[in-house]
Design a protein around this ligand. Sequence first.
Ligand code: GAR
Length: 225
Amino acid sequence: MPETLTERVHIGVLVSGSGSNLQSIIDKIEAGTLDAVIRVVVSNNAGAYALERARKHGIPSVVLDHRDYPDRQAFDEAMIAVLREHSVELVVMAGFMRVLTSSFLQAFSMRVMNIHPALVPSFQGLHGQERAFRYGVKFTGCTVHFADEGVDSGPVIIQAVVPVFDDDTAEILAERILKEEHRIYPQAIQYYAEGNLEIAGRKVRLKRGAKVEYKALHNPPLTRF
Ligand code: GAR
């Protein structure tokens, strides 16, 4: 008898920094709400706090410093080897600040997820939260997508929208976005674990479609119309 109705997907998490998204995935797995197992955490930065988080939860981790490799290809091959050794099915980039080569993406075709702190295709690349703030948008948010060879440009799996308030600072807005990142990333992984994602070109849909509650949002509010 299987432990749960859904198989637990074997994931490898790639990190470079603080690892708060890694933490949220760990917490949901430990709470029994995310059907995944983190087989390995890979960091390109030996000083990443994410490594400490992995250690505290008894999760194996490996540091591969990209500066030790002659080129991106060699670095990515080393990552592929580590992920395969740990029988990783799904690669989860969580604040991993490197673009992957096409060989890596072929090795894990449509099995690499990434998260971006903006509603792509807006504000792709670094500091998405701050650039949205400075642009003056009234709504922004975050996106989980399948990674492709571009920067934050792959097929979108799930997005969350948050408002920008007049008295926000860039830091307050970034925190509001991060809170939602911590919800949509585990959800995207859970959809994958359930075998519920269907990819057709750029479109990712739920096989067992769910109704989205719909009510238009306005910021500032409509006072008359
Ligand atoms: C997150 O906000 C993530 O969306 C962003 O890096 C942060 C990592 O935080 N990623 C990108 O900007 C990718 N373009 P974390 O290490 O605390 O999870």
